[in-house]
Design a protein around this ligand. Structure first.
Ligand SMILES: Cc1cc2nc3c(=O)[nH]c(=O)nc-3n(C[C@H](O)[C@H](O)[C@H](O)COP(=O)(O)OP(=O)(O)OC[C@H]3O[C@@H](n4cnc5c(N)ncnc54)[C@H](O)[C@@H]3O)c2cc1C
Length: 399
């Protein structure tokens, strides 16, 4: 018999959802989270129909809808008025939409579910490493004794060092661009916006998305503000550039943003985001599995990371049965096509939106808007955004 419960490292979207889905299937779970007091912080996420379906399966969708805001359309253009993106979920499915939600709201729902299920949660406990044998996995915990488990799920984000302990071909390349982002109270009129983006070449990008409320007690809805920056400029941006200069750049690119950024008065309101492209040949190694950004971190341009994390958790629970190495192997097979497609799409598309490239964004500005008016291209683009594609030409994810 294998030893002990399943250990999950990380209580972000992937770890919390996996812990909940496994506990719902009657699996004993221990969650290890490095942060002493996880707080529901973070900015906005766009939950696609796929992620929504997982929340529905967990009985959390109604509450997520009550907190978040429905997004029916994504629209992006250039200062010269050239349409770059114009996608309606309706054209994917008459009842489909995106859900703009604050990360804190989503985490509140997932952590609430963990409490209801009585999942053991070890906060302020960083996992330093692990060793596995045929019967189980031994975790090395920072400043503590080791713990023994039957299996280990790594859900500790793109910059995981634990992943390197898996005997699997892998790479994690920090992306040369990142962003600053925040949620600001929606001024009158702004609550009605859809997901709105404004681009100047690929070197400037501003994104706005309505994300509803963080908790039921909040009276006001929020708008997520995203501003793209090269990583070299991200470090120490507030002292080098200053908040006023940043706001000026935002307003020059998209004058309509002025009433919203009037609420941006302190550089500390903006959080910095860095991401990495994570590639793994497979996601399992014996009794160890990587999920979420740890397994397939990507840039946020396609709005898929949290959705992928939810799907990973859902599909892992669906494979439960038998010993863990077989469960994890089946999980890899089940997830392969979907994860490969989005990894490739993210790598291909991100430089068109965040880079110093000249030709790729020029082509984007000329052809994306035009191509998007062709029914087939629009169908493929919106299916990609909706999170359901498992191949470039055909293949749909069935959840
Ligand atoms: C700017 C931006 C915008 C985004 N927009 C979207 C969007 O619109 N839609 C979407 O779906 N996704 C979006 N994403 C992506 C999404 O936020 C991530 O994909 C998702 O949150 C990943 O969750 P995760 O649980 O895998 O990792 P994380 O959220 O990184 O969680 C990892 C957890 O592991 C803990 N941890 C780390 N190391 C250890 C250790 N050694 N021991 C114990 N604990 C540890 C950390 O403290 C953390 O809590 C966006 C991301 C960014 C940066």
């Amino acid at each position: 018999m294998p030893d002990g419960s399943v250990a999950i490292v990380g209580a972000g979207v992937a770890g919390a959802a996996a812990a909940a889905r496994l506990a719902e299937r009657g699996i004993e779970v221990d969650v290890y989270e490095a942060v002493p007091e996880p707080r529901p912080i973070g900015a906005g996420l766009l939950l696609q129909p796929t992620g929504q379906r997982v929340l529905a399966a967990m009985g959390l969708l109604d509450e997520a809808l009550a907190l978040g805001t429905r997004v029916d359309r994504l629209f992006g253009d250039t200062p010269a008025g050239r349409t770059v993106l114009d996608m309606s979920y309706r054209r994917f499915h008459p009842e489909a939409y995106g859900l703009g939600i604050q990360r804190g709201a989503l985490m509140g729902l997932l952590w609430g579910r963990l409490r209801e299920l009585g999942v053991r949660w070890h906060c302020g406990v960083a996992v330093d490493g692990f060793d596995q044998d045929v019967r189980g996995v031994t975790l090395r915990l920072a400043g503590r004794e080791t713990e023994r488990h039957s299996a280990l799920v790594l859900a500790n984000g793109s910059f995981s060092r634990l992943r390197e302990g898996m005997n699997v071909g892998q790479s994690a390349r920090p992306f040369p661009w990142g962003a600053v982002w925040t949620v600001l109270p929606a001024p009158a009129g702004f609550a009605q916006i859809e997901l709105r983006q404004r681009f100047r070449s690929a070197s400037q990008m501003l994104g706005l998305m309505p994300v509803g409320r963080a908790t039921h007690a909040d009276a006001q809805s929020g708008v997520n503000l995203f501003w793209s920056l090269p990583v070299a400029e991200l470090d120490g941006w507030s002292t080098r550039m200053g908040l006023d200069r940043l706001k000026q750049q935002m307003a020059e690119l998209f004058p309509d943003v002025a009433p919203l950024i009037a609420g941006l008065t302190d550089a500390a309101q903006l959080r910095e985001a860095r991401y990495a492209d994570v590639w793994m040949r497979r996601w399992h190694d014996g009794r160890v599995l990587a999920i979420g950004d740890c397994a397939h971190g990507m840039s946020p341009q396609l709005g898929q990371g949290a959705n992928m994390a939810l799907i990973d958790a859902h599909e892992l629970a669906a494979e439960v049965g038998g010993d863990w190495p077989q469960v994890f192997e089946r999980y890899t097979r089940r997830r392969r096509a979907h994860l490969r497609f989005y990894g490739q799409a993210s790598k291909g598309l991100t430089p068109m939106f965040q880079s110093h490239a000249v030709v790729a964004p020029w082509l984007r500005d000329r052809f994306f808007g035009w191509g998007g008016r062709l029914p087939y291209i629009h169908q493929q683009s919106i299916a990609t955004l909706a999170g359901v594609k498992t191949g470039w030409l055909w293949g749909r994810l069935k959840l």
